[in-house]
Design a protein around this ligand. Sequence first.
Ligand code: AMP
Ligand code: MN
Ligand code: MN
Length: 324
Amino acid sequence: MGETTIEMARAAINAAQRVIILSHERPDGDAVGSLLALTLSLERVGKNVTPVLLEGVPSRFRFLPGADKVKTDIPSGGDLLILVDASDLQRTGFPIKTLPRQPDINIDHHPTNTDFALINIVNHQASATTEILYDIIPQLGLEIDTEVATNLMTGLITDTIGFRTDSVTSRTLEIASELVGIGAPMAEIYARTLNQRSFVSAQYWGRGLNRLERENGILWTSLTVEDRELVGYPGSDDADLVNLLATIEGIQVVLIFIEQVGGKVKVSWRSRPGVNVAEIAFSFGGGGHEQAAGATIEGGMQEIKERVLTATRGSISLSPEEFA
Ligand code: AMP
Ligand code: MN
Ligand code: MN
């Protein structure tokens, strides 16, 4: 990251008193961890910070230090707007016209990031946005204490699914080691974020598992609003089913279609190296990484399934990789 970009961010932060920080809708551990790490480190130097998530903090992340500070409405009157782990302006889930200003600072690791802010701190090589924050928090004149470290570690552990993705580098592991040194409770974060699910999540998975379909190297299923109502699942996501499906052998691409209220479908892709699903997601207005991407598409389930599967088949036939 260029010196001047960080210096500009540092100057903008120094000049600001009321800071608003946003991340993406259906927040994952990197979204929540980045949001809270930056919030706490800015509060320590006397800033008035409001972290905002459209749907609040999902229950499995409520143990994180600072989680109780998160609001679900954007306050008026902030003088600095920061977005973390969001690749474009739509990602916060709030209508763009309700954002208080053009974002001042954009901190992210998605290759599909659109550089939408005045100051863009984007590193595609980072395994998580919290990996970038680990380096820039000190450069911004802020401190990483145990509570900040806990949030940073949560982003690393969740975005890499426990250091299992090929986005993990020796630097990722070095940072993880340093965060443990600062007091981040790695085993607890692992247990709470990756190794623990509610009974209703399992019931919700069951509905999706019943509809599993496979064709050549593609595996997919869907989850509906009715599924969530029937089992009492509180979120609007897939309860991480896509990552379970991604462990099934002989598959090149996994997709999950998650019906949303208001005539939209959230699509998640996971792929083996050789199939770039970020490109497919981007063509549907979404984004992500080569091996993990998503898009929220307007329309009905059936029609979207057909369009998305056609595009996905196209990308597989372009790749010579073998599949069972
Ligand atoms: P998910 O499938 O939601 O777990 O997301 C996989 C990756 O794709 C993550 O890096 C997300 O940030 C990204 N992603 C998911 N949905 C969208 C979207 N609607 N627009 C842009 N990126 C997305
Ligand atoms: Mn994320
Ligand atoms: Mn991330």
